[in-house]
Each structure stands twice: as C-alpha cells, then as structure tokens.
Write a protein that binds this ligand. Sequence first.
Ligand code: NAG
Ligand code: NAG
Length: 215
Amino acid sequence: MSKFTYMFITCTFLFIIIMSCYGCKQVEYGIDSKCCPMCSPGYFVHRHCTEYTVTTCLPCPSSTFIGEPSGLEKCRSCTTCDTNLGLRIQKNCTSVSDTTCDPLEGNFCSRFSPPSCSLAQKHTQCEPGQYIKQNGTASTDTVCTDCVGDTYSDGSFSTCRSHTQCKLMRKGGTSSSDAECEDVVTIIAIILSLLLLLTMMLIFFWCWEKRNIPV
Ligand SMILES: *[C@@H]1O[C@H](CO)[C@@H](O)[C@H](O)[C@H]1NC(C)=O
Ligand SMILES: *[C@@H]1O[C@H](CO)[C@@H](O)[C@H](O)[C@H]1NC(C)=O
C-alpha cells in the first residue's frame, strides 16, 4: 500500500467517525443544522436557540399537551371522549398527559388504545328465552344463554325459572314465558252459578206450567 492510499483510508475513517458523532444529544433537537435544548414536557418551543441564547419555551395552552421533552413548536390537542362513541372522561387532560376515556355506564370497551378506550359498545340485551349468564362489564359484553327444558326467562333474569306447575293449565309455558294456570275456584264458582240459574229456571217453568193447567 502506498502512503497515499493509507492516508486516504485513514481520512475516510475519520470522516465517518466524525459524521456519526455529529447529531444532537438526547435532550437536544436538531434545527437548521444546529442543536438546541429541548423543552420540558408541557412546554412548546417559542423560539429556537441561537449561538447566544437557549431555547425559549412556553407552557401548552389549555386543552393541549406534550408528554415528553421535545422540540415541538405546537402542543398536541387533547383527545375528547365522545359520548356518541360510548365514551366518558376517565382522566382529564393535563399539559403533560392526554385525556383518557373509558366506557359509559352500560357499555363495554370494544377498541382499546392503551391507556385509553377509543370505542365502546352498548351491552347486548339478552333475548326472551335467554338468561343473563354474566353481566356486562366495562371490558366485556353480556353473556346470554338459552333456557332449556321446563324453564323460562324474559331476557332479564339472571337464571332460568321453572314453569309454574298448574292443576289446570290455561296456557303452556314457553322458554320466554311462564305457564298460565286456570283459577280452579273461579271455575267452580261459575259452574255453581250456572247450576243455580238452571235450577231457578226449572222451578220457574214448573210453577208456570202448574199455573196454566186448565182446571
Ligand atoms: C374533568 O374536568 C371537568 C371540568 O373541567 C370536571 O367537570 C370533571 O369532573 C373532570 N373529570 C374528571 C374525571 O376528573
Ligand atoms: C347482574 O346484575 C344484577 C344487578 O344489576 C344482579 O341482580 C344480578 O345478579 C347480576 N347477574 C349476574 C349473573 O351476576
């Protein structure tokens, strides 16, 4: 290798090493080929640093935030928890942290973007013929299960109930409704009334006929 080649290789190496060292330190950001100190969380860059001055930072206006040291010239807008998406505020926005949302009462989170819920859905209502095996929670939907055998539920029960056992059935039970029983006392009362009416009519006709027998 000639001296010249040797020098060339050395210079190239040095150049690469110097270039790789160029770049800003961790708490700095690059701007116009110089490095400026970052602003703290909750602050944005008002004026970049110069040869003679450090970065000027200002606090984020309300409803905006920056969560980490940065060279951002604008704070990020706080997320809003949209009730149309089934969401409510879990933690209000601060200048250093975004809003977090969680599901409204009666909803469960169907899309989770840690640490916040970004979409929630209403809990499923169990159908008639099903019982609520497990109530819905903020993170899980309701679990519905069909009633089987001689049981029923209107969809709101937490267990299937047995059909009433009738002495005299008016309407059979289904998986969504109880059996309806005939009221035995009423039936007996009706039959007795009919018998009484019949007897009175018989007596009436008997008397009437007797009176009209030609003498
Ligand atoms: C969030 O802030 C509002 C007023 O700015 C307040 O009414 C609400 O209760 C706060 N919510 C929580 C979860 O702190
Ligand atoms: C569901 O919640 C209701 C009250 O809201 C309660 O009465 C019922 O026992 C619960 N069901 C289950 C399966 O935990």
